[in-house]
Ligand binder design. Structure first.
Ligand code: TYD
Length: 205
């Protein structure tokens, strides 16, 4: 089963994933992330830092995704393991839909087409949602800001995420990221545990 965690910068994804690592250890999940599970991720980070051409940047994220799938995600799923990814394709649909404005005629259609036929869709996606100003103030408290981290950009990214979630309500679970960290963690861990157990019992049938 493939579970993904999504949200704008500063939404608390990283601390959530860190706490899931501990509390779900008995399920032996494979924890992974985009960008950065392969060496291509280093080039993506360089692209982000240097603010390169938006199409080149988008294709680097896609290249990282392809390598992530073949090196980490598909082998783990084939072994019947639970995979939990900190960011995945919805990050592209939410962020690159903004960065590709004006660069390609219909960014979402372009992005969908680039992924079509080879990507692996997540079974369950948690989307952490909070007011953009709160996300930005969390980020400034924790240090540096990257080039996507501007109020206008993050506002559009979050709107894209919410549109994706309403288009696929059976896959997305929208989580109020303003809640206490421990409460969010308990809820998400419980949902993953439940989904993993039902996926295991379905496979046994
Ligand atoms: P990440 O390292 O996950 O940042 P954070 O830990 O702050 O969430 O991702 C780096 C940036 O890359 C982040 O601003 C989101 C962006 N990003 C995209 O624009 N498209 C993508 O496909 C992915 C995976 C990330």
């Amino acid at each position: 089963m493939l579970v993904t965690i999504e949200g704008i910068d500063g939404s608390g994804k990283s601390s959530l994933v860190a706490s899931l690592c501990e509390s779900l250890a008995d399920l032996c999940p494979v924890f992974t992330r985009e960008p950065g599970s392969t060496w291509i991720g280093d080039q993506v980070r360089r692209a982000i830092a240097e603010e390169i051409d938006p199409i080149a940047e988008a294709l680097l994220f896609v290249a990282d995704h392809a390598a992530h799938l073949s090196e980490v995600v598909r082998p783990a799923l084939a072994r019947g393991e639970l995979v939990i990814s900190d960011r995945y394709s919805d990050s592209r649909f939410a962020y690159q839909m903004v960065t590709l404005r004006g660069a390609v005629p219909d960014p979402l259609a372009w992005l969908r087409e680039v992924h079509d036929g080879w990507t692996v869709a997540p079974d369950l996606t948690f989307l952490l949602v909070l007011p953009v100003h709160e996300a930005l103030s969390r980020r400034s408290r924790s240090g540096g800001q990257e080039h996507f981290e501007q109020e206008e950009v993050l506002g559009l990214v979050q709107k894209n995420y919410l549109d994706l979630a309403s288009a696929e309500p059976s896959r997305f679970v929208v989580v109020d990221a303003l809640k206490e960290e421990a409460e969010i963690h308990r809820f998400v861990a419980g949902e993953i545990r439940r989904a993993a157990e039902s996926s295991r019992s379905n496979r046994r049938r």
